[in-house]
Design a protein around this ligand. Structure first.
Ligand SMILES: Nc1ncnc2c1ncn2[C@@H]1O[C@H](COP(=O)(O)OP(=O)(O)O)[C@@H](O)[C@H]1O
Ligand SMILES: [Mg+2]
Length: 344
């Protein structure tokens, strides 16, 4: 069994929650135009067309829903869309909208053509969500005035605006809400080559000297995710400044990644602990998500949103109706013999 000592845990590379300095760091690296947004070719081509068309017609863009794993560029893309439209952007999030009045106030203050970005839109509560339906469909706000038998609905007209919603979990969105988005785009994990381009771009902005071999190594270990690529670059830069003369050579990058316990696939301690738990405590699974969360002391949501997608993508984990299963690939990656399993 693996003991977890909070005091010795290294700063987590995968953690979703970006704190204030990190958000600032990320904002500095955020591409501002579609042309600077690396990868996601099909999505970009598509967006280019609809944005141009909306501008030509001088109409607001249809509502856009972006979904994909954390760190793949949803927030970045929302800002880029607003930029490309030459529109003002207002930013809020599902959990931040606590009262119906909060959303009503934001909506009634939107100007013509403005963009309202709602991050984590799957976490918006239902009563608030219902305000959005007529707002998205008819640009109207239905307000109930009075109580009981004399209550009546007042309809207020709104300017024509665009909502961009972002979510990591499309399945948690109600279908009436989903249906009101004219366009839904899925952000995929990036090709290693594109991650390499993102690292090069960030290194240039930050004035970091990184050898091509080092860039390649980092891009292979970044879980095909831009946010992680930028984080690793930052950590490796610190390491290079302290241990080398600031230049990120391939050996420096290798040493830094070894110190961070990031392995050849980009897995970190938590990933390995998840897989080891399934293998050692549950004979490879299947094990239910909540049991797995309890045994690893990770949050269910964090496992599902942050860790699991990449492990599934690598083929280290599969989902079955009875729970999560560690695959033969995972056994081998962790240095075990593949188990004898006939029944799966
Ligand atoms: N396609 C891309 N090209 C360049 N940088 C990107 C790209 N996608 C994301 N990034 C960078 O990765 C970081 C995380 O992106 P973000 O938009 O915040 O992800 P999300 O909102 O999906 O969690 C940002 O610093 C951003 O600059
Ligand atoms: Mg975001």
């Amino acid at each position: 069994m693996i003991e977890r000592d909070e005091t010795e845990l290294p700063e987590r590379i995968l953690d979703e929650g970006a704190d204030a300095p990190e958000r600032e760091f990320e904002a500095g690296l955020r591409p501002q135009s579609l042309g600077d947004f690396v990868g996601q070719r099909a999505l970009k081509d598509n967006l280019n067309v609809v944005i141009e068309a909306a501008k030509k017609r001088e109409e607001p863009l249809e509502h856009v829903l972006l979904y994909g794993n954390p760190g793949l560029g949803k927030t970045t893309l929302a800002n880029i869309i607003a930029n490309e439209l030459g529109a003002q952007i207002r930013v809020t999030s599902g959990p931040a909208l606590e009262r119906v009045g909060d959303l009503a106030a934001i909506l009634s203050n939107l100007g013509k053509g403005d963009v309202l970005f709602i991050d984590e839109i799957h976490r918006m509560n239902r009563t608030i969500e219902e305000i959005l339906y007529p707002a998205m469909e008819d640009y109207a706000l239905d307000i109930i005035v009075g109580k009981g038998p004399t209550a009546r609905t007042l309809r207020l007209n709104l300017e024509r605006f665009t909502i961009i919603g972002a979510t990591t979990r499309l399945s948690l969105l109600s279908s009436p809400l989903r249906d009101r988005f004219g366009m839904t785009y899925h952000l995929n994990f990036y090709e290693h080559e594109d991650v390499g381009k993102i690292i090069e771009r960030s290194a240039k902005i930050l004035g970091i000297d990184a050898e091509p071999g080092a860039v390649r190594l980092l891009s292979e270990r970044s879980r095909r995710t831009p946010r992680i690529a930028n984080r690793l670059l930052k950590r490796v830069r610190d390491f290079a400044q302290v241990r080398a003369d600031g230049q990120i050579t391939r050996p420096v990058a290798e040493d830094a990644l070894a110190m961070l316990n990031v392995d050849a696939h980009g897995l970190d301690d938590v990933d390995r602990r998840l897989l080891l738990t399934i293998i050692e405590k549950f004979q490879g699974g299947p094990v239910g998500l909540s049991t797995l969360a309890a045994s690893t002391q990770e949050e269910i949501d964090t496992i599902e949103d942050v860790y699991e997608p990449f492990l599934l993508q690598l083929g280290f984990l599969t989902r079955t109706p009875r729970g999560r299963v560690a695959t033969d690939l995972a056994y081998r990656h962790l240095g075990f013999d593949a188990p004898n399993r006939e029944s799966l």
